[in-house]
Design a protein around this ligand. Structure first.
Ligand SMILES: NC(=O)c1ccc[n+]([C@@H]2O[C@H](COP(=O)([O-])OP(=O)(O)OC[C@H]3O[C@@H](n4cnc5c(N)ncnc54)[C@H](OP(=O)(O)O)[C@@H]3O)[C@@H](O)[C@H]2O)c1
Length: 251
């Protein structure tokens, strides 16, 4: 029997490349995003691969839809071996245009959207005492960065949640990983007008994710050099850290 994966946000960018790599390895990959046409394009692009792409258009912010989708996958396609909870968005705004609405949008999609998927996946995997889950966070989770107060907070919430859950899920036989990408060339970052250090190609980033999952790693980071730099940044006292972030916004 081919293994079954569910990848959210697989219509574009990182999720699309992760889905392609699992399909290449012979997995049956359920791909979701809101734009159905992206999913069907992915399906036709992967037709020659040994695995299968199964499109399911759905919005991760719809809690009952996510629960129903997991139920459908388990019933009609097979028990989920892996879920990659990758769907997310970045709304760029700073202190001058800080609003409740923008902050809530970011948290609703990135945090609650992920949780809407995570809860039914854990419920499905629990009785079998096996399964793997990856949550796509970001290197911005490490420390507050300018113009990313909501995005960074949403990703820090995912990373913190993952740290809390890893040992608890282990007791249930489920392996949880957190993915911390730096800048990856995708439609999300194509909008950025600022320099993006260590920008990676999405197929390379996806390969790192797949390898990290195969090794059962908790933290999957990329690119390594950027991750090391930001990890060092975590240890800086605030005086030094703010000297750097002030320069980033030109003050
Ligand atoms: N690219 C980077 O440099 C980078 C760095 C760090 C972390 N990340 C994280 O990596 C993940 C993927 O990013 P990406 O760069 O590949 O983004 P992307 O190119 O914008 O693709 C995002 C995918 O998620 C889907 N999506 C967005 N909101 C959704 C929703 N509410 N429900 C269902 N699907 C939704 C989008 O499709 P629809 O709009 O059709 O729904 C699309 O298929 C995100 O969590 C992002 O925060 C990216």
């Amino acid at each position: 029997m081919n293994k079954v994966a569910w990848i959210t946000g697989a219509g574009k960018g990182l999720g699309r490349h992760v889905a392609m790599q699992f399909a290449e390895k012979g997995w049956r990959v359920v791909v979701s995003a809101r734009t159905a046409s992206d999913l069907y394009t992915l399906q036709s692009d992967c037709q020659a691969m040994s695995g299968e792409i199964i499109p399911c258009a759905a919005d991760i912010s719809d809690e009952s839809r996510m629960a129903a989708l997991v139920e459908t996958i388990e019933r009609d396609i097979g028990p989920l071996d892996l879920a990659v909870l990758n769907a997310g968005t970045y709304i760029r705004f700073g202190a001058e245009d800080f609003t409740v609405e923008k902050f809530r949008d970011q948290i609703d999609t990135n945090v609650m959207g992920t949780v809407n998927c995570l809860a039914p996946v854990v419920e499905a995997m629990k009785p079998r005492r096996q399964g793997r889950i990856a949550i796509v966070s970001s290197l911005t989770a490490y420390r507050g960065l300018p113009m990313a107060s909501a995005y960074g907070a949403s990703k820090a919430a995912l990373t913190n949640m993952g740290e809390a859950l890893r040992p608890e899920l282990e007791q249930l036989g489920i392996t949880l990983s957190i993915v911390h990408p730096g800048f990856v060339r995708t439609p999300l970052t194509d909008k950025n007008e600022f320099p993006m250090p260590f920008l990676m190609e999405p197929d390379t980033a996806a390969r790192r994710i797949v390898q990290g999952l195969e090794r059962g790693k908790f933290e999957i980071t990329m690119p390594r050099r950027f991750a090391y730099l930001l990890k060092i940044g975590r240890c800086l006292p605030y005086r030094l850290y703010f000297a750097i972030t002030r320069r980033m916004i030109g003050s």
